[in-house]
Design a protein around this ligand. Structure first.
Ligand SMILES: Nc1nc2c(ncn2[C@@H]2O[C@H](COP(=O)(O)OP(=O)(O)OP(=O)(O)O)[C@@H](O)[C@H]2O)c(=O)[nH]1
Ligand SMILES: [Mg+2]
Length: 224
């Protein structure tokens, strides 16, 4: 509980046995519930997460978005906070993000990884691709968003009822922001965080996911 709000942290994981240990060991005490959504990892992700007190949910169908939707269905708290299991997003910034969320009076807060402070965290090519996708999203949805691909968000669980979340893949990250942006009842904010290099192997396929995410932006804009 943080300032009378209950807190659930959700972490999608695919073979993150090293990262998830570091993330869970750094988790602040005020977090009420940690849900790790494991997608048939072949390493010890589930065992490590369970041993460190997380509730492990096993999702059979592969996908980043798919795993989040499963995690959301299991969450019970007032606020949901998300991050990767690779120890690239700052676990120690959770209280800073909740404070910003409350201070700004928003319902959905996006944690932007820009400006890049640690080049090992994000390559130049990823940064350029991200800028292209973020500009496209900002133009298509009439709202400046610096990091359309960030995987760290703080939001009221209640706003999920108003969202139509369809993406099962990496596009989920931009889809949830679009759903927040275009609903006038949902106040959207963004704040900068420190982002560092991950442990373990990336699951991102730069070109495939980049193109799919660009197409998803147009689909969300023009087909609904
Ligand atoms: N459950 C589940 N988790 C996934 C899946 N794909 C990726 N993840 C997790 O989602 C998070 C984001 O994936 P990453 O590989 O870190 O992608 P990224 O952050 O864009 O790329 P990096 O900068 O290399 O970290 C990580 O915690 C992954 O383990 C999946 O299919 N299922
Ligand atoms: Mg990552």
């Amino acid at each position: 509980m943080y300032k009378s709000l209950t807190i659930t942290v959700i972490i999608p994981c695919l073979n993150e046995e090293q990262g998830i240990e570091k993330v869970l060991r750094a988790m602040p005490d005020f977090v009420d519930e940690v849900i790790v959504v494991d997608n048939n990892s072949t390493d010890r992700t589930s065992e490590v997460a369970a041993a460190l007190g997380a509730k492990v949910v096993r999702e059979q169908v592969r996908g980043y978005g798919r795993s989040y939707k499963r995690g959301f269905a299991e969450a019970t708290s007032d606020l949901i906070i998300t991050l990767d299991g690779d120890h690239s997003y700052p676990v120690d910034a959770i209280s800073y993000l909740i404070e910003a969320f409350l201070h700004l009076g928003v319902d959905f807060l996006n944690a932007s990884r820009f400006p890049v402070r640690d080049r090992r965290g994000m390559s130049l090519i990823n940064e350029i691709g991200n800028l292209g996708l973020s500009l496209a999203m900002s133009v298509l949805f009439f709202r400046w968003v610096r990091d359309s691909q960030s995987g760290m968000w703080v939001f009221r669980r209640s706003i999920l009822q108003q969202m139509k979340l369809e993406s099962d893949g990496m596009g989920f990250s931009e889809e949830i922001k679009i759903e927040a942006l275009r609903d006038s009842r949902i106040r959207f904010g963004e704040i900068s965080i420190m982002y560092t290099s991950r442990v373990g192997e990336t699951k991102l396929n730069l070109w495939r996911d980049g193109v799919q995410n660009l197409l998803l932006l147009f689909k969300k804009r023009f087909l609904r």
